[in-house]
Design a protein around this ligand. Structure first.
Ligand code: KG4
Ligand code: ZN
Length: 332
């Protein structure tokens, strides 16, 4: 394709992000403005507050992405934005900004699926990853095991039946009074704890679906009955249970479909223990593994640009009538 300089925008939840990426892999800039401090006092993302913050931040974040990339807006070949899934008010800010810029600059626009963007974070740093691949997508809203036989072609092998892995981290942290978002805080605490408590491993040997709500409840019940237990031991034991289930199933799936490799993506893929366990499991099985840099696991716009570039090459631009879709699914 001739369009190789993508300006991408990501506003599906509580990060306002913009990036400029060349050829779907060379990141010229990736700006992420987090609203974590704004939402922390409420213990979670407040959708109305998030959309207002996106409105305030979107123009400066886009301007910074262009400046850091050292390009003029006339150099941009394609304008992309996440169009779903996510919070409708937040998504609308990014989609409207991208469509307005595309219209004024007379450039094509493309709407991107946020889940596809998380999958393509793997190809940002390793564009030549061999297929078929199994990707474990673990974020605040999703927990999915996906088989990729070809680019842009997915088969969902399993997903969570209740809470997403990141949601379980956030809810356990909230119960323990640790703050928001819980994932990075538990990750940090777990470094100095002992995995002494044998929390349940839900659905460990039952197919590829997941369930984390019962595990979260067992942690809460345990803490109620044993208030003296060091918080670090709770964090480590909870994390061991989550990682055990995720890695056991991902490894089994990769072997079963004869995948060349196993990748992870999404905010929980920034977790130190999960990253280490995936690398170990792949080493044991002789599988190629790929773990993206932490900054490309949590929400960012560089991954949106990588997915946009692939989609545009295959399907061309989206219409300017394309809207945001809070319930958008991964195309199978
Ligand atoms: O992908 P993401 O930034 O946003 C969504 O699309 O949901 O993921 C956010 C989730 C939150 O639940 C957060 O607690 C979790 O990712 N997370 C982590 C870590 N960093 C972020 N969970 C465990 N360990 C981490 N280091
Ligand atoms: Zn995400």
């Amino acid at each position: 394709m001739t369009q190789n300089l993508v300006l991408a925008i990501e506003t599906s939840c509580d990060e306002t992000a913009a990036a400029v990426v060349a050829d779907g892999k060379n990141v010229l800039s990736s700006v992420v403005s987090s609203q974590v401090d704004i939402h922390a006092r409420y213990g979670g993302v407040v959708p109305e507050v998030a959309s207002r913050a996106h409105v305030d931040l979107i123009a400066p974040v886009i301007a910074q992405a262009l400046v850091e990339a050292g390009i003029e807006h006339s150099d941009v070949d394609l304008v992309a934005a996440t169009r779903g899934p996510g919070l409708i008010g937040s998504l609308l800010v990014g989609v409207s900004a991208a469509k307005s810029l595309a219209l004024v600059w007379k450039k094509p626009f493309i709407g991107v699926n946020h889940l596809e963007a998380h999958l393509y974070s793997c190809f940002l740093e390793e564009p030549d990853l061999e297929l078929p691949l199994v990707v474990l997508l673990v974020s605040g809203g999703h927990t999915m095991l996906i088989a990729m036989d070809d680019h842009l072609s997915y088969k969902i092998l399993g997903q969570t039946l209740d809470d997403a892995a990141g949601e379980a981290y956030d809810k356990v942290a909230r119960y323990l009074g640790l703050g928001y978002p819980g994932g990075p805080i538990i990750d940090q605490l777990a470094v100095s704890g002992k995995p002494e408590i044998e929390f349940p491993r839900p659905m460990l040997h039952e197919g590829y679906n997941f369930s984390f709500s019962g595990l979260k409840t067992s942690v809460i019940n345990y803490v109620r009955k044993n208030p003296e237990t060091p918080i670090e031991d709770i964090a480590t034991s909870f994390q061991e249970a989550v990682v055990d289930v995720l890695v056991t199933k991902a490894k089994k799936a990769a072997i079963e479909i004869n995948a060349k490799g196993l990748c992870i993506g999404g905010g929980v893929a920034a977790n130190s223990r999960l990253r280490e366990a995936v690398l170990d499991a792949c080493l044991q099985e002789g599988l190629h593994s790929f773990v993206p840099s932490r900054s490309y696991c949590t929400d960012n716009a560089a991954m949106v640009a990588a997915a946009a570039w692939r989609r545009y090459s295959q399907d061309g631009p989206s219409s300017l009538y394309t809207g945001a879709d809070p319930n958008l699914r991964l195309p199978e």
